[in-house]
Design a protein around this ligand. Structure first.
Ligand SMILES: Nc1ncnc2c1ncn2[C@@H]1O[C@H](COP(=O)(O)OP(=O)(O)O)[C@@H](O)[C@H]1O
Ligand SMILES: O=C(O)C1=C[C@@H](OP(=O)(O)O)[C@@H](O)[C@H](O)C1
Ligand SMILES: [Mg+2]
Length: 199
């Protein structure tokens, strides 16, 4: 079993929101690795960070991603920092991975009021967010088979564009009909048999 598509990107890019909308549009199940981690730990993400620290959280996250990649066959949203792990980026090879990109101002605005993102709870969220984007951008790009700019479209519109892109990736003759924000040209979409994970 493997997800239909995995969503990666910074906090506030809309992985959880667009992922849920995409799953509904496709009539497939939705799973969010952050929810899995909270269920396994019996604690909120903030409490894990506060009580046991980020390293402990990242260990839970690596295991939760690895499990979800073999257990789920719908739309899978990862947490924004999941791609920091070499092992996770390796596991993502051969999967259909959408990088939901967002600019610093929009990302800060969308995450501004959230209490469940301890990494952005400091006194200077703009500087923290900029640093996070700079450090992670190459990692998102490394795993992505398609990139979607989320700054100026709503979740339903983005979900519809991704659904069209998935359909065109499955039927290459329809390629190019996904929409202006979707850029899948830089990476082969699905068939990378040499890196197909064992399932
Ligand atoms: N495309 C979008 N346009 C406007 N608001 C959005 C968009 N995507 C997400 N949001 C809002 O931004 C916030 C963060 O979204 P979320 O899905 O939790 O992001 P992520 O899971 O990537 O951290 C939520 O309040 C959500 O409603
Ligand atoms: O970027 C990160 O390191 C994190 C992002 C969060 O998920 P979202 O990207 O869904 O907000 C959550 O996993 C945790 O707070 C750490
Ligand atoms: Mg999320």
């Amino acid at each position: 079993m493997a997800p239909l598509i995995v969503l990666v990107g910074p906090p506030g890019a809309g992985k959880s929101t667009v992922g849920r909308a995409l799953a509904a549009a496709l009539q497939r199940p939705f799973r969010d690795v952050d929810d899995d981690i909270e269920a396994v730990a019996g604690q909120s993400i903030s409490d894990i960070f506060t009580g046991q620290g980020e390293d402990h959280f990242r260990g839970l996250e690596r295991r939760a991603v690895a499990a979800a990649l073999t257990e789920h066959d719908g739309v899978l949203a990862l947490g924004g920092g999941a791609v920091l792990a070499d092992s996770t980026r390796e596991l993502l090879r051969g999967h259909q991975v959408a990088f939901l990109s967002v600019s610093m101002p929009v990302g800060v605005q969308r995450t501004g009021l959230a209490s469940n993102r301890p990494l952005l709870a400091g006194v200077n969220p703009r500087a923290d967010y900029r640093r996070l984007l700079q450090a992670r951008l190459p990692l998102y790009q490394e795993v992505a088979t398609v990139t979607v700019d989320t700054d100026s479209a709503g979740p339903d519109e983005l979900a519809a564009e991704l659904a069209r892109w998935l359909a065109s990736a499955a039927a290459p003759t329809a390629a190019g009909q996904a929409g202006g924000r979707v850029d899948g040209a830089d990476r082969p979409p699905v068939d990378r048999p040499e890196s197909e994970p064992s399932r």
